[in-house]
Design a protein around this ligand. Structure first.
Ligand code: SF4
Ligand code: SF4
Length: 150
């Protein structure tokens, strides 16, 4: 894939926006929408199936649908376009723009303590950026593009 297109999907911290549930152009939103469409008016049937096939799991359909509705309408254009909706304390986006680097691994201060991340995310970002530095952005993207980020 073209470098600029990869950049739209990979945040400067290395996280894969393309696989984020909140990403407008992502698989999770797309497939949730399709599943929502395929289920149609399943509410009625979910109620019936509780007794019809003696399966109480169908009682949980309203909660499942609520979640699916939420996942079907992703709101984020990705880190290159707007502030992250998940990690509100993230400082990487602004910092990388100020230092004029596409990814943290290109920065002379990498790895730094200026990300605003918690321990878990900090560790992940350092691992991802170390890998990108090792094999290059294109190869890294090929490595992860079809994997879940979760
Ligand atoms: S910027 Fe944050 S919320 Fe938006 S797609 Fe990327 S990780 Fe998800
Ligand atoms: S200072 Fe830290 S957060 Fe900012 S670009 Fe460099 S490595 Fe990333």
């Amino acid at each position: 894939m073209d470098y600029e297109l990869i950049k739209k999907r990979l945040a400067p911290c290395g996280l894969h926006c393309g696989k984020c549930f909140a990403f407008k152009d992502g698989d999770i939103g797309k497939f949730s929408f399709k599943l929502r469409e395929s289920l149609g008016d399943f509410d009625v049937y979910a109620k019936r199936f509780v007794d019809l096939i003696d399966e109480p799991v169908f009682l949980k359909y309203p909660e499942f649908k609520e979640m699916l509705d939420y996942m079907s309408l992703p709101q984020c254009g990705g880190c290159r376009e707007e502030k992250c909706k998940l990690f509100k304390g993230c400082k990487v986006r602004e910092c990388s723009e100020r230092l004029n680097v596409d990814y943290c691994f290109e920065c002379i201060d990498f790895p730094c303590n200026n990300t605003g991340f918690d321990e878990h995310l900090q560790k992940r970002s350092v691992e991802i950026n170390t890998r990108m530095k090792e094999i290059g952005v294109d190869n890294y993207y090929d490595e992860i593009k079809d994997k879940s980020r979760y």
